[in-house]
Design a protein around this ligand. Structure first.
Ligand SMILES: *Cc1c(COP(=O)(O)O)cnc(C)c1O
Length: 374
């Protein structure tokens, strides 16, 4: 038996939806893409959505649409997947890491304030594990300093903050549909926004910077005519992927319920165990429970990790603070240290959590974790 930390949940209905597209006229950039965009936008309460072929591409076009470039600083969390800051580097900007809050593991608004300079252009808060960041405080900082906020919601589709779904709060929010994420399209991502101008720029950057829209072109030479207005990319997603995405959207709320139940059971099982710190959920928030992180204290994390892996449990560590990676160390981040992120990294273990995890499997994981920390 091997239990991974995360896994997609794809059923016969999903498969049939994909097969239908394979037999249709459009394999890419057809009706499924638009339908998927509309469904996600409606679900999260955003006006516009632009689907792309990865969460990383979503972050990249969001930074491009925001106008991030040489000399611009963008503040983000060190406890995240590297894509959250790589997207800034792609644009020639400079990621600046602000430390996390010790309890929520999300970027701390006070730390953001302390990193502001006259070159700060944007903030990329990451809703780590699916738990929403302190968005009121972050939006307030952004407003006072004229900054854009791009949420990395890769973990947080379906999560909510003060009764509002993630995706309806900041200037732009990026989602990922990688197989371990809340829903999957294989590979895929999306940016949602309420801002029409940002939306137009996002669609340009998705497809080579090319438009056929008469309102955007400098002039029109005839029915064949189009113009490249920006240096864009081919980040288009296929109709095949979006058919899967649409079918998965039918199940998102069920998936979230299942994740919540799994998190509740872990919380109960580890309550009062002094060597395990369970996640804290911020008041007024509903986590999407993409990850279930524990911190182990008073025992050797590596020993616990190895023991669980030996027992067929695909535990993981999310994440190595991004500035620690050799690429970042070589490129000016050698002196960076976020103490809370470091402490968290030393103790963190992520346990299996995904909709298809069975009661029996979870019981086994709980037993082995309790054994390993004793
Ligand atoms: C998965 C992930 C991404 C990147 O998404 P891809 O679809 O894999 O490109 C970005 N940020 C975070 C926090 C992620 O977990």
């Amino acid at each position: 038996m091997y239990i991974p930390y995360g896994r997609q949940c794809v059923d016969e209905e999903d498969i049939q939806e994909v097969v239908k597209v394979l037999q249709s006229d459009y394999l890419t950039t057809g009706p499924m893409v638009t339908e998927f965009e509309n469904r996600v936008a409606q679900y999260v309460g955003a006006k516009y959505a632009v689907a792309v072929n990865s969460g990383t591409a979503a972050l990249h076009i969001a930074c491009l649409a925001a106008g991030i470039g040489q000399g611009d600083e963008v503040i983000t969390s060190p406890v995240t997947f590297a894509a959250s800051s790589n997207c800034v580097l792609y644009c020639g900007g400079t990621p600046v890491f602000a430390d996390i809050d010790k309890d929520t593991y999300n970027i701390s608004p006070d730390e953001i304030e302390s990193k502001l300079t006259e070159n700060t252009k944007a903030i990329i808060p990451v809703h780590y594990t699916g738990q929403p960041c302190d968005m009121d405080a972050i939006m307030d900082i952004a407003k006072r300093h004229g900054l854009l906020v791009i949420e990395d919601g890769a973990h947080a589709l379906g999560a909510s903050y003060m009764g509002k779904k993630i995706g309806g709060i900041a200037d732009m929010t990026c989602f990922s549909f990688h197989p371990v994420k809340p829903i999957t399209t294989g590979e895929g991502g999306m940016v949602v926004t309420d801002n029409e101008e940002l939306y137009r720029r996002l669609t340009l950057f998705r497809s080579h910077g090319i438009t056929r829209d008469g309102d955007m072109m400098t002039h029109n030479e005839g029915g064949w005519y189009y113009e490249q207005l920006e240096l864009g990319y081919n980040y288009r997603i296929t109709d095949i992927s979006c058919a899967l995405g649409n079918s998965q959207m039918n199940k998102l709320d069920r998936f979230l319920e299942k994740r919540r139940a799994i998190a509740d059971r872990y919380n109960q099982a580890f309550e009062g165990v002094s060597r395990i710190k369970t996640p804290t959920v911020q008041e007024g928030c509903e986590s999407g429970w993409h990850l279930y992180m524990i911190q182990v204290m008073g025992c050797d994390r590596k020993a616990v990790f190895d023991r669980l892996r030996e027992n067929g449990i695909g535990v993981n560590v999310h994440y190595i603070p991004v500035y620690r990676h050799p690429y970042y160390q070589r490129n000016g981040y050698g002196g960076v240290c976020c103490p809370n992120a470091e402490l968290f990294y030393d103790r963190a273990i992520s346990l299996p959590i995904f909709p298809a995890l069975t009661n029996e499997q979870q019981g086994y994981v709980i037993d082995k974790v309790l054994e390993a920390v004793m």
